[in-house]
Design a protein around this ligand. Structure first.
Ligand code: ZN
Length: 502
């Protein structure tokens, strides 16, 4: 195809982006339906539809004709705006990567994933790792193959990490995690000898119907417009974004754990705030949505921990929380509640982990992924190795695979290289908080009065609105300087030293 001018080429790009966005939307809805309300025996038809839709996606993105369009745009790069240049760059990357994956393999992988999700769910309920193992083996093999297609010149796991966080390598992460571990482990050891925090009231009976109403209240506090953001219930909470006017979050209610859903809603709410804050003009283009998993987690964990688990926030919401649950919280003060939701104890489940030990859970997964993809660990060896690392890093004994290597949904969803984003996001968030305090002054006061407008505006202006316009490292640097784990270490040390009077 010949292009006569830049605007013609840009129209062609826009037409492809619009179709790509529509196909993603359809596939995401099908996925969301399967995770929320679809009856359990409906996998087969869904796999069939997803196979066909992902085939269309492949044909659209890996279309050889895209090459002439992208070459034309490259030649006329000087005439493109910052946005137009980034759109073509992002599309080029996607085309090149996908074109290297043979279509049959791509479709086969999508079909495998749609089945693996159900198998994993059942295996988790029944503590049956051997049932899931053959699927996981295939998923690992696919990931290794795809990594070589993405970039054959770097180690496979680095290529996968790059899919979630542009520019991140094992070399950077090894240093980051070592630094973090050498700060967290001694802090945790001191906490073990300090006076324990009583959190027994968190596991009283909190009726789920009331918890649902409490979630609505939390969404209101976070000023998330429910006209654009739904809440559903799933085994494992997540956020799905279709565009900046339609975001869905999910949560999981446990009758005997008020903190679980509360912090899931705030966490997923943070993801939703990011998506809802992306610029309207970027919808249905390559620039739509959050830029990386690390930046996404920086937003969710910002709201979950830096705000949600702060003393100021708990003091603000506590009177309302007590109105919802007067009997359960009888005699419990806001300070008791603050201390309870920040209690640090080495545990088994990542999603229920406290703020301090959370990254140790990530380090276990990072270590295992690195070795599975690197070929030095087999799927059959995974459960035993998981248990060994939990003992080594967290000092806990894993009683079964349900509470061990079957607990997370990521691997069954085909994602390897995702987990480190959680730890990176936590560290990015602490660095952003530092910069925000420099700009806005005493933000605790604002939080304590329930006024999140300046905080949200600060994040909106610096992070959210840009969506995918800047690469994650560039965005962070523009917002608060070069990535430095020290901000996170300082934040954790300060918070937990005060909390436990160490
Ligand atoms: Zn998240």
């Amino acid at each position: 195809m010949q292009y006569h001018n830049v605007s013609e080429a840009l129209s062609a790009l826009q037409a492809i982006e619009a179709k790509r966005s529509a196909l993603s939307h359809a596939m995401a809805i099908i996925y969301f339906d399967s995770a929320t309300v679809a009856p359990k025996n409906t996998t087969e038809g869904r796999a069939h539809t997803l196979g066909i839709l992902s085939g269309y996606m492949y044909e659209l993105v890996a279309n050889p004709e895209n090459t002439s369009l992208l070459s034309y745009l490259k030649e006329h790069e000087a005439e493109l705006s910052l946005e137009e240049k980034r759109r073509s760059e992002l599309f080029r990357k996607e085309c090149e990567q996908l074109s290297r994956i043979p279509q049959a393999e791509f479709t086969e992988f999508q079909i495998l994933l749609s089945k693996a999700g159900d198998v994993w769910e059942k295996a988790k309920i029944e503590n049956d790792f051997p049932a899931f193992a053959p699927y996981l083996e295939k998923i690992v093999d696919f990931n290794r193959k795809f990594a070589a297609y993405y970039n054959p010149d770097i180690p496979a796991y680095d290529a996968l990490l790059n899919e979630f966080e542009e520019g991140i390598t094992m070399e950077t992460l090894d240093v980051f995690f070592d630094k973090l571990r050498s700060a967290i482990v001694p802090l945790l050891a001191k906490i073990q000898t300090a006076k324990p925090i009583d959190d027994s009231f968190l596991s009283k009976s909190y009726p789920i119907e009331t918890q649902r109403k409490y979630s609505e209240y939390l969404m209101e506090v976070l000023q998330i417009d429910r006209g654009y953001c739904g809440i559903a219930e799933t085994e494992h909470p997540f956020t799905e974004n279709f565009n900046n006017k339609d975001v869905r979050i999910t949560t999981h209610y446990y009758e005997n754990d008020i903190a679980s859903s509360m912090f899931s809603v705030i966490h997923e709410g943070g993801h939703a705030i990011y998506e809802l804050g992306c610029k309207d003009d970027y919808n249905h283009t390559m620039l739509a949505g959050g830029v990386s998993m690390g930046i996404h987690e920086s937003q969710s964990r910002f709201f979950e921990n830096l705000i949600g688990r702060s003393k100021a926030f708990i003091e603000y919401i506590y009177p309302t929380l007590r109105n919802f649950f007067p009997e359960q919280l009888d005699g419990v003060t806001a300070d008791d509640f603050y201390r309870a939701v920040n209690k640090s104890t080495p545990s088994l489940i990542r999603t229920e982990a406290d703020e301090l030990t959370y990254c140790l859970h990530i380090m276990v997964r990072y270590e295992l992924e690195k070795r599975l993809i690197g070929g030095t660990l087999t799927v059959a060896e995974l459960p035993a190795e998981w248990n060994r690392l939990y003992k080594e890093y967290l000092g806990v004994d894993v009683p079964n695979d349900t509470m061990g290597c079957l607990q997370d949904t990521h691997w069954s969803g085909g994602s390897f290289g995702y987990f480190p984003s959680y730890a990176l996001g936590s560290a990015y968030g602490a660095q952003m908080l530092h910069a925000m305090k420099n700009d806005l002054g005493n933000i605790e006061e604002k939080i304590a009065s329930g006024d999140f407008s300046e905080i949200k505006a600060w994040l909106g202006e610096r992070i959210h609105q840009h969506a995918c316009l800047y690469a994650p490292g560039e965005l962070l640097e523009k917002t608060c300087g070069k990535f430095d784990a020290q901000y996170y270490i300082d934040y954790l040390t300060d918070k937990f030293t005060k909390l436990y009077s160490l």
